[in-house]
Ligand binder design. Structure first.
Ligand code: OFO
Length: 173
């Protein structure tokens, strides 16, 4: 005979607040990667990263709205400074891919916590993020694979940069 949990309990609230911070850190990291690409004259990759940073803000805001929907308090914490230099476009996207795998792990821990707390509403809400992480990993991995294929070929890098620049910065998820 489980009792229905109507509001976010303290454990869940604090874990979601941490995740808001992690999503905003992701935005900061991708914006730093965008700045790196601007500096080395890959404007298309910079555009791709800026769009990714916007997506991450969207992820944070979705959690932010959820905390209020459950009548709990958002508590923002300091965001760590991301690194600012990388050795090559490949290194950047490899790091982005590794970062997404880490974020997937964080989302899965939230799912585990929601299950432990019998918080069915949060468990259901998190499904969107579980699915989104599959896409986040796939899209960064695809670019890593393509950069590995292109290698040091300047025309290949130029073409990939142009293609990645086709990603809009108009927001969205
Ligand atoms: Fe929020 O998915 Fe990337 O980090």
């Amino acid at each position: 005979m489980g009792k229905e949990i109507e509001l976010l309990n303290d454990n869940m609230k604090s874990a979601i607040n941490d995740q808001i911070n992690a999503e905003l850190y992701s935005a900061y990291l991708y914006l730093s990667m965008a700045a790196y690409f601007e500096n080395i004259n890959f404007p298309g990759m910079a555009t791709w990263m800026k769009a990714q940073a916007q997506e991450e803000v969207g992820h944070a805001m979705k959690f932010y709205g959820y905390v209020f929907d459950r009548d709990a308090k958002v508590e923002l914490k300091a965001i760590d400074g991301p690194k600012t230099e990388w050795g090559s476009p490949l290194e950047v996207f490899q790091e982005a891919y590794e970062h997404e795998k880490k974020v997937t792990g964080l989302i899965h821990k939230l799912v585990d916590l929601a299950n432990d707390e019998k918080d069915h509403a949060t468990r259901s809400f998190l499904n969107w993020y579980v699915d989104e992480q599959v896409e986040e990993e796939a899209s960064t991995k695809e670019i890593v694979d393509r950069l590995e294929t292109v290698g040091d070929s300047k025309p290949g890098l130029f073409m990939l940069d142009r293609e990645l620049g086709g990603r809009g910065t108009g927001g969205g998820e």
